[in-house]
Design a protein around this ligand. Structure first.
Ligand code: ADP
Ligand code: MG
Length: 184
């Protein structure tokens, strides 16, 4: 498959870390979401204990066909971060924002679904760029639709069907992403 269909960025740098997770059923995906949520909080906490360093935020690209389990994983992550309400798939709105009150302080999380994203001008008009620069967690479904606008993510999660279950290949492209993935 050409890279442009599986990635939002061309000439991918080598991953700093790659891990594979077998997710034989939905419960396994929910459990992974729980570990991922804890990993996010841990990596953020590291920054708060270092003077003059701010948590740069985390961009996670979620790759996989319709039904691969991208939204399920986002939902599980949000639940584990304390979100009790509904998690809508932002298919038409492109982004759904969450302000979370976690055990280690407030956290902004943006859930993108760019499946219907067509016009790169919309990117600037909607102010999406700012979401990625504000110490927030950005979880992006269908990042390929944004072309090169997203740049290289901290983490890339690829979900694929395997029998009745799924397999998740996770790659880290930054130190923040790597620390996060190490504790998943
Ligand atoms: P996507 O956002 O990738 O289109 P969804 O999360 O909306 O996919 O849907 C995934 C479907 O697969 C849901 O019906 C969910 O119950 C199921 N599912 C999620 N994770 C697993 C898994 N690890 N094994 C089997 N089924 C799963
Ligand atoms: Mg989805």
């Amino acid at each position: 498959m050409p890279d442009s269909l599986t990635r939002s960025f061309s000439n991918p740098p080598a991953a700093l870390l790659e891990r594979r997770f077998d997710l034989p059923d939905e419960d396994a995906t929910l459990a992974f979401g729980g570990r991922f949520a804890q990993a996010i909080l841990q990596v953020r906490l590291k920054y708060s204990s270092t003077p003059n360093e701010r948590f740069p935020g985390l961009q996670v690209q979620l790759i996989g066909d319709l039904g691969a389990g991208k939204t399920t994983l986002v939902r599980a992550t949000l639940r584990a971060l304390g979100h009790a309400g509904r998690v809508r798939s932002p298919t038409y709105t492109l982004v759904e924002p969450y302000s979370l009150a976690t055990e280690t302080g407030p956290l902004e999380l943006y859930h993108f679904d760019l499946y219907r994203f067509a016009d790169p001008a919309e990117w600037a008009d909607a102010g999406f760029r700012e979401y990625f620069d504000a110490g927030a967690i950005c979880l992006v479904e269908w990042p390929q639709r944004a072309g090169g606008l997203l740049g290289v993510p901290d983490l890339e999660f690829t979900l694929e069907q395997e029998g009745e279950g799924r397999v998740l290949i996770a790659r880290a492209f930054s130190e923040t992403g790597k620390s996060c993935l190490e504790s998943c």
